[in-house]
Design a protein. Structure first.
Length: 328
């Protein structure tokens, strides 16, 4: 499973994402410069394109991005969407793009959500595998820039592109159902609410935080969607303190992380889904921040510190060992 969100603080723009899985694919931070070709199977190759920074597994010198942002501040993440995602065979008259090609295809040539919407017109997400040993993952995607966000879902009746007014995405069910489900939580509040139970029953606000008492806390996708959206809109963002905003981003993302042992996905042997990494993008500066399950230290990679006109990938393995400062 996974959680992703975009948001703006005092005209500064961020994109965050948790990757929740039971196995790791050796992912690392990968920068793809402008002149590193993206070769696609059916649509036109991109020999020159916008530079990308993101988290990817590199196979045969090809970055399989889980999420990424380009130099113009457009970000995109693929999230698990089992049972609902449907990839078709290639279709004549369509832009046939394999699911693993979609992130570089969009981010390589689109600077804004509006441009992405136009590019995605008449697209067909195909069922082509990257290799025989790497089948296509069932995904849907959140795409966001500095002002708006959309969700892309490939279903049996075609590809759907939805405006995302809350800038949040998790997993199943489909995005329209997730968005509608927020109506069930419209009475949540960061404030202590008045007694509306009955004016004939004396009820007291015996604890702080009673306005959030019905905020769902499960590991399931619907619960995380509600919790992430509520926390995003009610968290105290420091506005003009960039370091504090990055720290708050990770607090919000970690509020929907999955701890190992709480979501069993296999038996014999037992396997548990957990948040392998959390990533935050500063979409204005081209910086990527991350933590991992075993290292809560926030680490930063700046795409502008490498040669973005080169033809070679630049990779930074995750720092997974926990850094603990001893103060005595």
């Amino acid at each position: 499973m996974c959680t992703a969100m975009s948001f703006t603080v005092a005209n500064h723009h961020y994109f965050g994402r948790n990757l929740d899985l039971e196995i790791s694919y050796g992912q690392q931070v990968v920068i793809t410069p402008r002149n590193k070709p993206f070769n696609f199977h059916e649509v036109d190759d991109l020999n020159q394109h916008y530079a990308l920074i993101g988290v990817a597994a590199v196979m045969n010198d090809y970055p399989l991005y889980f999420d990424a942002a380009n130099e113009h501040g457009l970000a995109m993440g693929g999230l698990n969407y089992p049972d609902n995602a449907f990839y078709a065979d290639s279709k004549a008259g369509y832009k046939n793009v394999a699911s693993f090609e979609l992130i570089p295809w969009v981010l390589g040539q689109c600077a804004t959500v509006d441009e992405a919407k136009k590019l995605l017109t008449n697209v067909n997400v195909t069922n082509r595998q990257f290799s025989p040993n790497l089948p296509a993952s069932p995904l849907h995607w959140l795409i966001a820039d500095q002002t708006s966000a959309i969700v892309v879902e490939s279903a049996r009746d075609g590809v759907h592109v939805y405006d995302d007014p809350v800038g949040v995405l998790t997993n199943n069910p489909s995005f329209p159902k997730q968005l509608f489900n927020l109506n069930n939580y419209r009475t949540l509040s960061a404030n202590t609410l008045a007694n509306t139970f009955s004016d004939q029953v004396n009820l007291t606000d015996y604890s702080r935080g009673l306005g959030t008492r019905n905020l769902p806390g499960g590991m399931d996708a619907e619960s995380r969607f509600v919790r992430a959206t509520f926390n995003k809109y009610n968290a105290n963002w420091p506005e003009h303190d960039e370091i504090a905003n990055i720290a708050q981003l990770f607090h919000v993302m970690h509020s929907v992380e999955q701890q190992s042992g709480l979501d069993q996905v296999a038996t014999n042997p037992a396997k548990f889904e957990y948040t392998i990494y959390t990533v935050g993008y500063d979409l204005d500066k081209g910086s990527l921040y991350y933590t991992t399950y075993t290292n809560n230290q926030i680490n930063c990679v700046d795409m502008n510190k490498v040669d973005l006109a080169s033809q070679q990938l630049t990779s930074y393995p995750f720092i997974n060992q926990q850094a603990i400062n001893h103060v005595n």
